[in-house]
Every structure is written in C-alpha cells, then in structure tokens.
Design a protein around this ligand. Structure first.
Ligand SMILES: NC(=O)c1ccc[n+]([C@@H]2O[C@H](COP(=O)([O-])OP(=O)(O)OC[C@H]3O[C@@H](n4cnc5c(N)ncnc54)[C@H](OP(=O)(O)O)[C@@H]3O)[C@@H](O)[C@H]2O)c1
Length: 404
C-alpha cells in the first residue's frame, strides 16, 4: 500500500530555528497548502503496517512541484526497500525521516506560566480523565478561571441516594438492577452515566477550591455551533480567553479489517474537527486579546502507530500536523502545541484502565505518574517553543520528553 501526500516532502513542517525540525525542511522549501491533504495518513499507515507485518506499507510525502520522473523514482524506491520507516518524505532529492529527539525538561520547581489569576482557560474533555488533572494543575499553579467542555450532562449537586452507596461499576450494576433495569445494555449505559456524572462532579468540586471560578458546558466538540457558542459565552462573561486545551478524545479500538467507517469518523472527528472548530472560534476574537496558546492532547499512537488504533493514530497524527504546519496553525493567533502523551497510570482516571495497565506492565512499558505528567505539561507550557512534543514516562536513557 502506497499513500502519497503532497505537503512539500517534510510533512508540511517548516524549519524551526534551533529546533529539532530544522533538518526537515530547508529554508525556502514550499509550504503546504490549507487544508493539508491527507492529514493523519502517516499515523494511519504506521498502524496499518503493524497490523499487516507482511505487507509493504509506505506513506510518502513529496513536493508536487518536483519533476514527475523523480517523484516516480522515489515512490518505486520506497516500495522496493523493506524494513524502512513507514513515513518518509522527499525534498529536492533529499530523503526526510521524522525522528524523536530526547530532550530533558528544565528542572527546579514550578515554572512561570503565561497565565495569571485573571486568565481564563478553556479545556475540552477537562471534566474527566487526564485533562481534568491538567485543569486542576493549571488552576492550582495560577488560580485562573477554568471553563470545561464535555458531553456528559451537568450533574446534580447531590447524587441519587439510592446509588450513592454503590462505589464501583460492579456495585452500581447491582443497584441498577434493584431499581428495575433489566437488559445488560441498559444497565451498562446507566452505570456509565452515573460514573461519568460522579467524575464531573468531583472535578468541579476540586476545581472550586483552587480556581478563581469554574464553569462546565455540556457540549459536543464535533458540533461547530456548540463550540462557537461556548467560546462566545466565555468571552461575553470574562472579556477574554487566554488559553485552550483540547483534551476531548475517544477510542473505539478495532483491527482495520473490522473497522466501521462511522466509528472511524467519530474517533477522528472528535480530535480533528474539534481542534478545527476551536481554532476557528478562538481566532474570531474581535477586540478581545488573542489567546496565548492552543494545546492539543495527542498520543504516541500517532507517532509510532498502534495495533487496533488506525483511526486514533490517524487523528493524533493529524493533530501533530495541525500544530506544526503553518498553514493550519496560522488560524490560531497564539502558540499551537501538540502534546503526544505516552500512557498514563490508571489512577489518573483516563483511557488506561487497570486491565490495560496490567498489559503495559507485562510488556515493560512504563506509565506516566499523574503528578509527573501534569508537572511535565506545565513545564512544557512555560518553557517549550516547538509545535510538537512527545511526553513519555521516564525510562533509563530516554529522559521524559522528546521532540519529533
Ligand atoms: N490517558 C492516557 O494514557 C492518554 C495517553 C495518550 C493520549 N491521551 C489523550 O488525552 C486526552 C484525554 O484522555 P483521557 O485518558 O483522559 O480520556 P477520557 O478519560 O476518556 O477522557 C476523554 C474526555 O473527552 C471528553 N469527550 C469525548 N468526546 C467528546 C466530544 N465529542 N465532545 C466533548 N467532549 C468529549 C469526555 O467527556 P464526555 O464523555 O463527558 O464527553 C472526557 O472528558 C485524549 O485526547 C487522549 O487521546 C491520553
């Protein structure tokens, strides 16, 4: 399988003075157009290559202005060279391969953030999981105002007493059966709703203790009108919006041969359409000051590919493109940063369940400790300069962070 993009040969990136992208695209090389054709294809191809180890799968980025016979020669050469990286590019005859460079984060206490107590930060997905942890860390460090987006309806202040004693999913199932629910699907859906509401309630309670103010918006980031309405509401109440963290994401893992296109679109759209809507809404800031930053929570699945996650890897790879390609990131007036996380420990409450955590342990994959993860996030926000960073749990010889 040969996937070809025409982003200029360096995946749409430009040289960052002193940055790790500097060797990818020479000065004066063509800049990719907007929208980037095929954003996410590299992550898709990396996952497909893992699922089909016997097949020759390559995603090649070329400069469409290059000579056709030279482009053809590059493509044939790629198809004839097994065991090479899945994603490669060609600029003016030079072969480009993305790489991750270990970069230790600055140590020594809490870094100064580009935020104060008056600042307003909007976090999608911020009422649950690792983005909730990040919201708390931001509020704790700065005392800023926090605005959250999620699809879970706003929870009642106090939980139904008939369910409050059921502390986990197993106990909840029994309590829901006692309330009259009968089908497994109804019981699971109701248990998920109760657990989600609990998580949102706990996040709001914790944030009220440290943030200047906190508000939860029940909205779907794939709906552009809903995203615009939330951003407009935030600006109407505060007169400003200083930073955005797009943490909303979903996984519906299946092998490619079993993937449902609607499910693929849901996983991809939550991240990529959500990011587009946020960037568009935030860029339309009128007389209000422009936001300082837009952080996109991505995953190492986009950087390395992952079995069963072609949709999720494509989405996260597309976020990397959004953050590092001027034609996209220019839509947003401040700094755009993709943070590609490695897996967090299950106690962080995110996508990594205790079962997944055991699987990672068996494979020797270290997990990000929640406090270490939020510290790394704040440090990156304060000190980082590049458009993309990979943040992994520390392991001997690799440090915590890396920049592709
Ligand atoms: N946990 C990890 O180890 C890990 C590793 C790598 C990357 N990440 C990334 O970090 C982010 C957070 O992950 P997590 O582990 O904390 O997952 P999580 O616990 O499942 O949280 C996902 C969040 O996204 C929200 N969300 C999903 N679809 C949405 C939509 N259409 N509109 C609005 N909100 C939506 C969810 O809230 P509702 O259900 O209320 O909508 C929830 O708050 C994701 O982008 C994920 O890809 C996490």
């Amino acid at each position: 399988m040969l996937l070809v993009t025409g982003c200029g040969g360096a995946f749409g990136r430009v040289a960052v003075p002193g940055g790790a992208h500097g060797d990818l695209l020479p000065e004066g090389a063509p800049e990719a157009t907007d929208p980037i054709p095929g954003a996410g294809l590299y992550g898709f191809a990396r996952s497909a290559a893992i699922e089909y180890p016997g097949a020759e799968i390559r995603a090649v980025d070329i400069d469409p202005k290059d000579r056709p016979e030279r482009i053809a020669a590059h493509l044939i050469a790629e198809l004839c060279s097994p065991d090479e990286p899945v994603a490669v590019g060609y600029t003016n005859g030079t072969r480009n391969v993305p790489r991750t460079v270990p970069v230790p984060l600055p140590g020594g206490g809490r870094p100064p953030l580009p935020l104060s107590r008056d600042s307003v930060v909007l976090l999608t997905g911020g009422a649950r999981g690792i983005t909730a942890r990040s919201a708390l860390a931001l509020a704790d460090a700065t005392g800023c105002h926090i605005e959250l987006i999620g699809r879970t309806p706003p929870p009642d202040e106090v939980e139904d007493p008939a369910l409050a004693h059921a502390l986990d999913r197993v106990a909840l199932r029994a309590a829901l059966v006692h309330q009259g629910l009968r089908t497994p699907a109804d019981i699971e859906a109701a248990a998920s709703r109760v657990l989600a509401a609990r998580e949102v309630r706990a996040t709001l309670e914790a944030l009220r203790r440290v943030a200047a103010s906190v508000r939860y918006h029940a909205a779907d980031v794939t709906d552009p009108k809903a995203v615009y309405a939330v951003v407009a509401d935030v600006r109407a109440r505060h007169g400003r919006l200083d930073g955005i963290v797009h943490g909303a994401g979903t996984i519906e893992d299946r092998l490619l041969c079993d993937k449902d296109p609607v499910s693929f679109a849901r996983v991809f759209g939550t991240k990529v359409d959500g990011a587009r809507h946020l960037a568009d809404a935030a860029a339309d800031h009128g007389d209000a000051p422009a936001p300082e930053f837009l952080v996109l929570f991505g995953s190492v699945a986009g950087v390395f590919g992952n079995r069963g996650q072609a949709d999720y890897a494509a989405a996260n790879d597309a976020l990397d493109t959004l953050a590092t390609t001027p034609a996209w990131s220019r839509r947003f007036p401040g700094r755009v940063l993709a943070v590609d996380w490695g897996p967090w420990a299950a106690e962080a409450g995110g996508m990594v369940t205790p079962e997944l955590e055991r699987m990672y342990a068996n494979r020797g994959v270290p997990l990000i400790d929640p406090d270490g993860g939020t510290d790394a996030f704040l440090a990156e926000l304060a000190h980082g300069t590049t458009g993309q960073v990979v943040l992994l749990a520390e392991q001997p010889g690799n440090g915590f962070g890396g920049r592709p």
